[in-house]
Design a binder for this molecule. Sequence first.
Ligand SMILES: C[S@@+](CC[C@H](N)C(=O)[O-])C[C@H]1O[C@@H](n2cnc3c(N)ncnc32)[C@H](O)[C@@H]1O
Length: 240
Amino acid sequence: MRYHGSQHDISYTATLEFFEARGAAARPDSPQTSTMYQDQALASRRDACERTTVLPLLAVRQEDRVLDIGCGYGRWAEALSGKISSYLGVDFSAALLKLAEIKAGPTVRFQRLAAQDISPCTLIVPPPFDLFICAGILIYLNDDDVVRLARALGAMAAPGARVYLREPMALQERLTLDRFPSAELKTDYSAVYRTVLQCLELFGAPLEKAGFTRVVERPLYPPELCNRKETEQRILFWTK
Ligand SMILES: C[S@@+](CC[C@H](N)C(=O)[O-])C[C@H]1O[C@@H](n2cnc3c(N)ncnc32)[C@H](O)[C@@H]1O
């Protein structure tokens, strides 16, 4: 079903099944298409564009402790490798974490944990963290869990911490797909596309209450890398 405008909760079980299947079918040498639902050429161009645009924004320092929520196959672990002090990638998909594990090492770790269960006492690397990465995760969380996650990040933030958010957002009105038969993905798909304003209310407000200030809010890709009518990928960045 498609729900326009109204708030409708999605099932996390269906989302987990979706990602387990994507991870199991992924090619270890080119895993981008497992979490970026485009053909390999566009997925690679988007991946390169995000890194080029966002790495300067993240301004990582050697002493940074990073928490990546919904880390998938470890795309950001690879991009930050050698540049930071520690990295913890958290995801609920065992199949995607299996792909990520090849990037693990003494300072790069992965943990199977649902985003809605993240708290200072459930993580294998204890807080505080200097940088939080939330790339393409909020669309899979219901509103209550988006708020809960933002509060958890606020509680685990070191002085001077930063939060990077990249999300596909609704251009006009909130859109929820609940086990919607996607011709493109060839399976049922569930996700919540919120407007920028809704993301700011649910995720931004708790962060700002915890002392963060929003410093960036804009589209990520140039027009030639965009191919959706109802949504676009946007980036937001907060510093404390
Ligand atoms: C679109 S992918 C993005 C992956 C990665 N952040 C990146 O930018 O390449 C979304 C990821 O979120 C994970 N995910 C979805 N819902 C989750 C949840 N409730 N808890 C933890 N991980 C979740 C999926 O398994 C998947 O790896």
